[in-house]
Design a protein around this ligand. Structure first.
Ligand SMILES: Nc1ncnc2c1ncn2[C@@H]1O[C@H](COP(=O)(O)OP(=O)(O)OP(=O)(O)O)[C@@H](O)[C@H]1O
Length: 602
C-alpha cells in the first residue's frame, strides 16, 4: 500500500516537472527513500507515517497536474503548487483527495473548467485558483461550509457567482473575470475590490443596479380590478373555512384527550408540611445516599392537583405519595432541582422541580399534555405532572443507566464508548429530535434545554431525550444571537431568530462536539465551540478529536464529516443553522458511509 503511494507520488512529480528529471532535478523524490524521512523536498508527514503536506511553490514546474496520482496519498491535507508554470486543466480526480484542507494552484497557466469534484472536498479551508487561465462556470461551493479563503481573481471564469456558505469565509475574491449577474449576499464582509473587473456583474456593492427580475405571473396584468377583487375575496373565504374546520378539529381532539387524562384531586397534605426544608443540607451531603422527603410550597393548600398521564409505570400516584416518599437530590441545575424518589412499591421516579418555567399554570398544563400526545420511543414521556402558580413538578421514570454526560465524562469503570456507538447516539437523537420538532412545530414547542445531561439511556441502553419542552425560552438568550439576526423577521413579521428550535439545534451541535472531542462543556457550550473553531481554523482539524477515538482507529473521514455537521449546528446565526430533519439526514449519510467502510476495509 505504502509502495503504491510512493510510486504514485513519483509519477505525479514526473508529470509536474516534465523534462527536469534529466537535469537531476527530482528534488530528492527517490524510489529508494521514504517520503516521510524528509529527503523528499516539499513533502511533510507531520510526524506521522503518511504524507500530509506537499508544498512545491516556485519550483519552476512546467508540466501538468496528475491529480489521480497525487490523490493516491489519501491522507493529504495540503497541496500547494503556487507560482510555477503548470499548464493543462485540473483533473476530476482531485475529488479523490477527500481530506484536502488547503489547495493552492494560484499563479500558474492552468486552463479549462474548475471540476465539479472540487465542491465535494468538504474539508477545504483554503482554495486559491487565482492568476491562471481558468474559464467556464464555478461549481456550487455551498457544501464546503468551512471555507475560509477563496481566491479566484484574474482568470476568465464566467456565469453567475455560485452559492457559497459565507459563514466563515474571511478572504474572497473573484475580481477580473467574466462573471455576470447579481453579487451574492456576502453579509457586508467584503468590499467592491472582491468583485471588480467583471463588467457584467451588478449589485449595490458595485454601485450598479441589477435589472429587475421578470415578473413571475404570466398573465396577471390581464385581470381587471373587479376580477382581482373577486379572486381575492374567494381566497379569504377559503381561508376562513379552513380555519373554522381546523378549530373544530382541535376542539374535538382536546375533548377526547381530556377524557384519557386521569386527574387525581389532592387532599390536604399535612405530613409533608411538617418536614423541614432540607435543601441546604442536601447540597452539603452531595452524592451521599441520604434520603429526605420533598417539601413543597404547596403542602397544606387544597386547590392543586397532580395529573397522572396514562403510562404503565405508575397507576394511582398521589401527590402525597410523592411528597412522603424518600427522595434524594440528584442535582440542582439552572432550571431547577432533580430528585430521585422511591415509592413504596419499589418504583423509582425522577422528579423535576422547575424553578421558573416562565409560563402560567394553564399554559404549562396544555403544553405538557400536548407533548405527551406526541409519542416517540426515544423521547422519555412524563408519567405525571403537577402545576400551580407557585410550583411546577414533572415526574419521569428513573433511568438507571444514566446520562450521555455521565457516559462521556463520568468514571468510566471500563466502559468503552466507541466511535460506532457515538455515531449511533448522534443519529438516534437527531432522528427523535427531528420528529418532535416536526410534530410540535405548530405549537412552537421545542426542547429548550438540550444537552448531554438530558440524554438518558433506557434499560436497553438506547439513548432517549428527556425533559422535552419543560423550559420555555423567553426574553431570549441574546448571547446565542448575532447582532444582525436579532432584527430579522419572517413573512408574518415574527422574529425568526428567536426560534427555540434553532436553540435546540445549537444544543445538539454542542452534544455532537462532546461526542467528538470527549471534552466537557462549560458556559452553554461556548467555550467548547470556540475552542473547536480555533483549532479548525488552523488546519489541524484532527487535533480536536477525542484521543480514545484516534487510538481506536476510528474513520477520520466520518469524524470530519460529523464535525462539519456540528459546526453547521453551532453557526452563530440561528437562521443559518440547518433544521433537525436536515441534520438527521446528514448524520444518516455518515452512518451509511461508516457501515460501507466497515464492509469494505477489514
Ligand atoms: N429520569 C432520570 N433518570 C435518571 N437520571 C436523571 C433523570 N433525569 C435527570 N437525570 C440526571 O440527574 C441529574 C440532574 O438533573 P437535572 O435535570 O437537574 O440537571 P441538568 O439537566 O444539568 O440541569 P437543568 O435541567 O436544570 O439545566 C443529571 O445528571 C441528569 O442526567
Amino acid at each position: 500500500e505504502d509502495e503504491n503511494v510512493k510510486t504514485a507520488l513519483l509519477q505525479f512529480m514526473e508529470k509536474l516537472s516534465a523534462g527536469h528529471e534529466q537535469n537531476d532535478q527530482n528534488w530528492g523524490w527517490d524510489i529508494n527513500s521514504d517520503p516521510c524521512n524528509s529527503t523528499w523536498k516539499g513533502v511533510d508527514c507531520l510526524g506521522s507515517q503518511n504524507v500530509k503536506r506537499i508544498v512545491l511553490n516556485k519550483f519552476n514546474l512546467t508540466g501538468i497536474l496528475d491529480a489521480a496520482s497525487v490523490c493516491t496519498a489519501k491522507s493529504l491535507l495540503v497541496l500547494s503548487l503556487k507560482e510555477n508554470n503548470i499548464s493543462g486543466f485540473i483533473p476530476d480526480e482531485i475529488g479523490n483527495c477527500k481530506r484536502l484542507s488547503h489547495l493552492y494552484v494560484g499563479g500558474n497557466r492552468f486552463t479549462g473548467d474548475i471540476p465539479d469534484t472540487i465542491s465535494q472536498l468538504i474539508n477545504l479551508k483554503r482554495l486559491d485558483i487565482s492568476n491562471n487561465n481558468f474559464s467556464g462556470a464555478l461549481p456550487d461551493m455551498s457544501r464546503v461550509s468551512g471555507l475560509l479563503t477563496f481566491f479566484a481573481e484574474n482568470n476568465q471564469l464566467g456565469g453567475a457567482i455560485p452559492d457559497f456558505d459565507f459563514s466563515y469565509i474571511k478572504e474572497f475574491s473573484v475580481a477580473n473575470n467574466n462573471f455576470s449577474g447579481p453579487i451574492p449576499d456576502v453579509k457586508s464582509k467584503f468590499g467592491a475590490d472582491s468583485f471588480t473587473g467583471n463588467p457584467e456583474l451588478c449589485g449595490t456593492l458595485l454601485s450598479k443596479a441589477c435589472p429587475p427580475s421578470p415578473p413571475p405571473s404570466k398573465k396577471g396584468s390581464k385581470h381587471s380590478s373587479a376580477d382581482r377583487f373577486l379572486i381575492f375575496s374567494g381566497y379569504i373565504l377559503l381561508a376562513v373555512v379552513v380555519l373554522l374546520l381546523f378549530a373544530l378539529y382541535l376542539f374535538k381532539k382536546n375533548k377526547s384527550k381530556g377524557e384519557t387524562v386521569k386527574v387525581v384531586k389532592k387532599g390536604k397534605v399535612a405530613t409533608a408540611s411538617k418536614e423541614p426544608s432540607r435543601t441546604s443540607s442536601e447540597s452539603k451531603t452531595g452524592g451521599n445516599r441520604s434520603e429526605y422527603s420533598i417539601t413543597s410550597v404547596e403542602a397544606g393548600t387544597t386547590s392543586s392537583s397532580l395529573v397522572v398521564l396514562p403510562s404503565p409505570v405508575v397507576k394511582d400516584l398521589k401527590f402525597d405519595d410523592l411528597l412522603r416518599a424518600p427522595a434524594e437530590l440528584l442535582g440542582r441545575g439552572k432550571h431547577g432541582s432533580l430528585y430521585k424518589v422511591m415509592l413504596d412499591n419499589a418504583t423509582i421516579l425522577a422528579l423535576k422541580r422547575i424553578k421558573d418555567s416562565g409560563i402560567s399554570a394553564e399554559d404549562f398544563k396544555s403544553r405538557i399534555q400536548r407533548i405527551d400526545q406526541v409519542k416517540h420511543p426515544r423521547v422519555l414521556p412524563p408519567v405525571a405532572f403537577y402545576c400551580s402558580k407557585q410550583e411546577k413538578l414533572l415526574v419521569y421514570e428513573y433511568q438507571q443507566n444514566g446520562s450521555l454526560f455521565k457516559l462521556l465524562h463520568g468514571s468510566q469503570n471500563g466502559q468503552v464508548f466507541d466511535w460506532g456507538s457515538r455515531l449511533n447516539v448522534a443519529a438516534s437523537i437527531a432522528e427523535s429530535l427531528a420528529y418532535m420538532h416536526e410534530q410540535l412545530q405548530e405549537g412552537g414547542i421545542a426542547h429548550g434545554n438540550l444537552k448531554s445531561t438530558n440524554i438518558l439511556f433506557n434499560n436497553k441502553m438506547e439513548p432517549c431525550i428527556s425533559e422535552y419542552g419543560l423550559i420555555v425560552v423567553q426574553g431570549q438568550d441574546q448571547s446565542f444571537l448575532s447582532q444582525s439576526d436579532s432584527f430579522k423577521t419572517d413573512a408574518l413579521g415574527r422574529n425568526v431568530a428567536y426560534s427555540t428550535f434553532k436553540l435546540d439545534v445549537y444544543g445538539f451541535g454542542v452534544v455532537l462536539l462532546e461526542l467528538l472531542t470527549g471534552k466537557l462543556v462549560q458556559n452553554n457550550g461556548f467555550d467548547l465551540a470556540s475552542w473547536v473553531h480555533s483549532v479548525v481554523r488552523e488546519e489541524w482539524t484532527a487535533e480536536v478529536f477525542d484521543r480514545a477515538l484516534i487510538l481506536e482507529g476510528a474513520g477520520e473521514e466520518r469524524m470530519l464529516n460529523l464535525l462539519q455537521v456540528a459546526l453547521k449546528c453551532i453557526n452563530p446565526s440561528p437562521n443559518e443553522r440547518p433544521s433537525t430533519s436536515q441534520i438527521s439526514a446528514m448524520i444518516n449519510t455518515i452512518k451509511e458511509d461508516e457501515e460501507r467502510s466497515i464492509i469494505s476495509d477489514p
